[in-house]
Structures are given as C-alpha cells and as structure tokens.
Design a protein around this ligand. Structure first.
Ligand SMILES: [Zn+2]
Length: 388
C-alpha cells in the first residue's frame, strides 16, 4: 500500500506544476522555444535553425521529458523556425499543430511538411493548416489556468499590406500571447511592423498594425516580448513597443544577419529601456557593422550558450534570466494603456469547480485558477454553470 501511495504521489507530482515555464533556446540565427503549463501540457513555438538541429533537440528532450506535446506552432515557413519539427513529430505524441502552411522549396520546409502530413494522416495529430482552416483571431487554448490566445496568423497576409517578397512571407507569422496569473509572454515569429529604414517614430504597418488595432478587443500588452524577426529593422515599431509595453525584451538571434540591429535596440532605449533588460540569445556577438553592440566580446557568438528562461509564477513577479545566470529584475518602463473592457475583450473565467465568472461576479478577481473563455455562452457550453 505504501508503495502504491508512493507511486501515486510520484505520478501526481510529475504532472502538476505551479508555474508556466518557457525556455528560449539559443538556436543561432533562428527561433525555438518550449513552454510547460501548470497542468504539465507542453507548447512548442518554433523549432529552430537548420544548422543546429541536434542542439535544439537536446534542449527540447531535456525540457519535455516523456510528456506529449499538446500544441506545436510553427510561426511561418522560414527554415530558421522549422528545423526540428520532423524530429519532434517522430519522437513525441503531438496533439495539435498550427502553421500557416505556405509552401516553400527548402529541404527543411519539405521535411517539416511531410512529417506533419503523415502525423495528420495517422489520426494522432490535428493539423491546423491556415491554408484550409479558418482559425479565428482571439481563439483561446486553455492549459490548467494558463491560456494561449491566437492573435494573428495568415497563410498569406492581405495583399493590401503591400509587402515585398520576404516581408510578405514573414508578415503572416503566427502571433500568440501566453497569459498566467495576470502576467504574459508575446511570441511573434518574424512578424513585420515597419518599412526598413523608415523613421523611428513611423506608424506601425502590417502585422504590428493589426495587433495594435485589435488590442482593444484582444490585448497585446505583455510582460515579456519575444521580439519579432530577431530584432530586424522591419519590426518593433515604436508604436508597437508602446502597445506591448514589455518589462523584458528578448531577441532570439545569432551570429549572422547582424541581428539584433542597433537601430531596433535604440527604439527601445529611446523609450527608457535599460539594456540589461534586453536579453539576447547571441550575447557576446561582435559582428560589428549595424548590429547592436551591447554585451559584445572578442569572439563571434556560438549557438547553444545563451538560453533564456522565463517563469510566470503562480504568485508574484515573472522571473527572467539567462540559463545559469541570476534573475534580471526589470521594473515597468512604459505605462500600460488601460484596455477598457468591452463585450468583446472580457475573458470569462471558469473556475476549477466549474463556475463561469463574468466581471460582475464578486469572485471574478479572486479566481486565479481558471480556464478562459471569450464569452459566457462558450463557457456554459463547455459544461460550466452560473454562480448561485
Ligand atoms: Zn526568422
């Protein structure tokens, strides 16, 4: 009996966590990340650069263990975001994939696509391909009190955005916001928000314009911003930075392409950001030229040495640090514009006991552990009930 209880306690302790934990993997000049939610579910958002597959897979494996991957998102079709998708599908049970599905002629894209298609055909993976699936903006995925809101994503972005080829591909990037205990992380892929070289205060365009315009209904403000397009000048408009008002800024970048560029970093520091609150997965890079020089040392930066850990705690402030380093404490720099609740942007909270709380409920603000619904009807339809 004792043994059974011990085994049961191991089982339960292994499947319940109190925090949301995210690892931004140093995959050189690309993006890969993995997030564990309080219920133990795993989300992978982007799977790394093709030159560093073994590094990324090692990191994924150590983080995920033998769990399933509930949600795998590839932000867009560039091969610096897709490299280990096939290995993940071959080694893990992946329940859902969301991807723009834009066809590309690269070996990395083809193997990622083949793996998703065959997992979909096996019936074990739900392939949400934006080429043939309308995933409404604002769709919420719930994970044990944490939520992931889908804020943008296109098979092909609107033609009226009027973008050049590479920016046209990037601007369709899937953007999601992870929310837990009132704190949030914004994942942006290679979203576009500026015309390269335009004035620092030029109004946001393309993906960033859409996110800002929708923010009244679908908040974009986030404690931690995973900076779009590795810190390129074609994203992180001043207007977007103000709308997100992050406390921590994370550049997923490597020793190539001069990312993050100095003019992008300057848009943050001009708003009052301390450079120590702007972390980068190429810390130490000295590529020179137009690259941001903060933290540059005598050698070009290698991959796999600047992983970044984010913890959204069940109580208290987020913890952001370089893996192996101390927590970086960063106060708010920008005041967050208050989003007025409207019928469209209020989240309905379904408590653990199955009660659907609207903001009118006296328990609304006290309910910290909940599944989020975009409206009362869908909360009730999920089996929830109204408070007595
Ligand atoms: Zn990229």
């Amino acid at each position: 009996m004792k043994l059974l209880l011990f085994a049961l306690s191991l089982f339960f302790s292994a499947s319940v966590y109190s925090n949301v934990e995210t690892l931004i993997i140093d995959t050189g000049p690309g993006h890969a990340s993995v997030t564990r939610f309080p219920n133990g579910d795993i989300m992978v958002f982007d799977t790394g650069h093709w030159s560093y597959q073994s590094i990324v897979m090692e990191k994924f494996a150590a983080f995920i263990g033998d769990a399933d991957i509930d949600l795998l998102i590839t932000s867009h079709s560039d091969a610096d975001h897709l490299a280990t998708t096939d290995e993940l599908l071959n080694n893990y049970q992946v329940h859902r994939v969301i991807r723009p599905g834009k066809v590309r002629d690269t070996a990395t894209w083809r193997s990622h696509n083949d793996a998703i298609v065959s997992a979909g055909q096996s019936g074990l993976t739900h392939d949400i391909n934006l080429i043939n699936t309308n995933l409404p903006i604002g769709t919420v995925f719930n994970f044990g009190g944490a939520s992931v809101t889908y804020l943008s994503g296109f098979h092909e972005p609107p033609v009226e955005w009027n973008l050049e080829h590479s920016e046209f591909l990037n601007a369709g990037s899937i953007v999601v916001r992870v929310l837990y205990n009132g704190h949030s992380i914004l994942f942006t892929g290679d979203a576009v928000g500026r015309e390269e070289g335009s004035a620092a205060d030029a109004p946001a365009i393309a993906t960033e314009r859409l996110l800002i315009d929708n923010a009244v209904h679908r908040p974009v403000q986030s404690d931690i911003l995973i900076v779009p397009h590795h810190g390129s000048d074609d994203a992180s408009s001043t207007e977007f930075i103000k709308a997100v008002a992050p406390r921590w800024v994370i550049f997923p970048a490597g020793h190539k392409y001069h990312h993050p560029v100095a003019v992008t970093a300057k848009r943050f520091t001009d708003l009052g950001y301390n450079e120590d609150c702007m972390l980068r997965t190429d810390l130490g890079d000295n590529e020179g030229g137009k690259e941001w020089s903060h933290g540059a040392t005598g050698t070009g930066d290698k991959a796999n040495d600047d992983h970044i850990s984010i913890v959204l705690q069940d109580t208290g402030d987020p913890i952001v640090r370089y893996v192996g380093g101390a927590a970086v404490n960063c106060p708010a720099v920008l005041s967050v514009g208050v989003v007025q609740p409207t019928a469209d942007n209020v989240i309905i909270k379904k408590s653990r006991s199955g009660i659907c709380h609207t903001p009118a409920s006296s328990w609304y603000s006290r309910t910290k552990n909940f599944d989020a619904f975009t409206d009362l009807a869908s909360c009730l339809a999920s089996g929830g009930r109204l408070p007595n």
